[in-house]
Design a protein around this ligand. Structure first.
Ligand code: NDP
Length: 450
């Protein structure tokens, strides 16, 4: 047990009292304070300025009603949110999530994580997150448009290219960003970079759709390099089959690895021959155009199997990339991965591994990277989209990809700087949290008590 445990416990006790109905937020804060409190104890300027106490309070939380009318003519109502967490190093930046599970706890956890992730990218972006409990699944395009327009009607009062720049997340892809951008433009009569993840013909950046998944795999390769290894011929399990999972799979294939699983909320498919480029493009069409279920894969590729209501962590692999959602990989799953001698677990989703699972990886010296480091390529490329919008100029695919690659290497280096242990093991959780914290904390001190 750390000699700082009593300080961590008393900080967490206070936080839990104030946020007792927000378990995901409490979980996200605990991961950060466990890493940062020992660092603060040896750097008293942060303690004196009460940075930790201030950084866990969002600068602003906005909650609003989102009324809309379904195709059958019935009035509907959802809850909309935007958590503007921290603007010390730049405008609030973070995605919008549309999923029935969305509540304030989930958005505060995501917004809090975003502060440190955005800081790690080296770009000037503060932390924020938003969304709604609206479920786009099973809705017509017209209903999704009606909802997005109503959501943006209120959100537009609070965001702007120099204030707060939302992007996509679960349930919010190119279609939703398009409808929201259209409504913002109509209300404000301004064509600006107020959202990222835009279409390529109207202000989007090349590589933005691919960026999170590609970045995860660039980061994974770098982690393996620390053990004089690489992705070639590695067996990989991926969870999820959405944006992050699809492009993580694509980059794994490009770097010579074999991806054997993908999933959705109904279960996972296992294809021991590997998901190749042709099979992946079938999955992309299924998920992005037909909006179907991953179970349909076995009808098309009968040698594969479908495992209903299960996650893929019982499959023996060299590398595991959880790319679906929070808390999808628990202690029992971690035990199986460790037993099967998995070399590295690299988070593509936000907080997919439970704290107990993470502890087990670290105890067993399994390489483990938290999402705030390994999935930061998405928001980094959103930052590059903002730069291109301000320049009114587009970089080529190769230019954006190179910048993304360099940013991932830089993040890796920062994790090594603060996370390398005496025995050479890299504690990426510690490294990412301290590196992300320092830049924001220094900016908060410079800007006074605001
Ligand atoms: P998508 O909506 O494109 O895909 C989400 C995937 O996760 C789907 O396959 C979905 O399955 C699955 N999923 C969702 N909820 C659950 C659940 N409760 N159990 C099992 N599977 C589930 O989202 P993204 O790919 O954009 O996001 C995935 C993760 O990555 C999230 O944690 C997000 O915050 C994070 N992230 C995303 C970034 C981005 O640029 N998009 C950037 C950084 C992080 P189903 O279709 O059945 O719902």
């Amino acid at each position: 047990m750390s000699k700082y445990q009593h300080l961590i416990d008393s900080f967490m006790k206070e936080l839990e009292l104030k946020n007792s109905h927000e378990p995901e937020f409490i979980q996200a804060v605990e991961e950060v304070v466990e890493a940062v409190i020992p660092f603060i104890e040896s750097n008293p300027k942060y303690k004196k300025a009460k940075i930790l106490e201030r950084i866990v309070e969002p600068e602003r939380v906005i909650q609003f009603r989102v009324p809309w009318i379904s195709d059958s003519g019935e009035p509907q109502v959802n809850r909309g949110f935007r958590v503007e967490f921290n603007s010390a190093i730049g405008p609030y930046k973070g995605g919008l999530r549309f999923h029935p599970s969305v509540n304030l706890s989930i958005l505060k956890f995501l917004g809090f994580e975003q502060i440190f992730k955005n800081s790690l990218t080296t770009l000037p972006m503060g932390g924020g997150k938003g969304g709604s409990d609206f479920n786009p699944k099973g809705k017509s395009d017209n209903e999704v448009m009606k909802f997005c327009q109503s959501f943006m009607t209120e959100l537009s009062r609070h965001i702007g290219p120099n204030t707060d720049v939302p992007a996509g997340d679960i349930g919010v892809g190119g279609r939703e960003i398009g409808y929201m951008f259209g409504q913002y433009k109509r209300l404000r009569n301004e064509f600006t970079g107020v959202l990222t993840g835009k279409g390529i013909n109207w202000g989007g950046s090349l590589i933005r759709p691919e960026a999170t998944g590609y970045g995860v795999v660039y980061f994974a390769e770098k982690m393996l390099n620390t053990k004089e290894d690489n992705l070639k011929n590695k067996i990989v399990s991926i969870s999820g089959s959405g944006n992050v999972a699809q492009y993580a799979c694509e980059k794994c294939i490009q770097l010579g690895a074999k991806v054997v699983t993908m999933s959705d909320s109904k279960g996972y498919i296992h294809d021991s021959d590997g998901i190749d480029t042709e099979k992946l493009s079938w999955i992309m069409n299924l998920k992005n155009i037909e909006r179907g279920r991953i179970s349909e894969y076995i009808k098309k590729y009968p040698k594969a199997s479908f495992h209903e209501s299960k996650s893929p962590w019982d499959v023996k692999v060299d590398l595991a990339l959880p790319c679906a959602t929070q808390n999808e990989l628990k202690k029992e799953d971690a035990k199986l991965l460790v037993k099967n001698k998995c070399i590295a677990v690299v988070e593509g989703a936000n907080m997919p591994c439970s704290p107990e699972a993470i502890s087990l990886f670290i105890e067993n010296k399994t390489l483990f990277s938290p999402g705030k480091a390994s999935n930061a390529g998405g928001v980094a490329t959103s930052g590059l989209e903002m730069s291109q919008n301000s320049l009114r100029f587009n970089w080529t695919r190769e230019e954006v990809d190179e910048k993304l690659h360099n940013i991932m290497l830089d993040i890796h280096q920062q994790c090594v700087k603060f996370g390398k242990q005496e025995d050479g093991y890299i504690d990426y959780v510690k490294g990412a949290n301290i590196a992300g914290f320092v830049k924001v904390a220094d900016a908060m001190i410079d800007q006074g008590i605001v």
